[in-house]
Design a protein around this ligand. Sequence first.
Ligand code: BTN
Length: 251
Amino acid sequence: MENRKIIHYKQIDSTNTELARLALRGATHGTVVTAEEQTAGRGRRGREWESPAEDNIYMSILLRPQIMPEKAPMITLVMAYAVAKVLKEHGFTDVQVKWPNDLLVSGGKVCGILSEMVLAECEVDYIIIGVGVNVNTQKFPEELKGKATSLYKAKGKFLKRQTLTTEIVDCFEKEYQKFERYGDLSFLQDEYNQMLVNCGKEVRVLEPGNEYQAVALGINQTGELRVRLDNGEETVIYAGEVSVRGVYGYI
Ligand code: BTN
């Protein structure tokens, strides 16, 4: 992604939404939008993403990859892996991933990723990967207590958001190039599985219109979660439209 373009806003509704507007006006592969604050930050499954001013990272990156649409969820895992790698470099050695793309530090969620894809005649027109990292938040609203945390809360040290943002984009670019070279996630599979918080644990699989319990076994080369069903059979679940949670709660 040569000539990387970063567009920064003091306040925006959502960096994903803004980047989608820019994509429609021809923004190029690799364009990044960041913001100090989001007034309508969005999470997965139609949820809101708390986006207070000046504490955290809200960023989105635009990709125009030449891949089949069903390969797109792999890119979200590449981003989760890249953010985890940067956090480890900052000494957050206990970083864990909750498949497909939530990152936890000291057992609390510090990062969420929302990928949105737009197709044109069955081909990928663009993909927006939106990343929210709780960096310096000191207090969370009541409903997020016990679930979310921030890097500050985990370590008691404030971190520079700008440095972290650049490191995440740089690391993502490197890992994305590997993804382009290999065409799958074989290059990160082992490391990802070592960080997988649900590995070997009972999870509830939330498929549209179908919920069931299974034991998570780890991701395969294409980022699907391998699970063992109650009857002993193994199957894989696709990151695109499914998510999992612990049997007794979020993890
Ligand atoms: C989730 O875990 O539910 C995903 C959260 C994604 C939040 C980020 S913040 C930057 C980008 N803009 C948004 O509106 N959402 C994503």
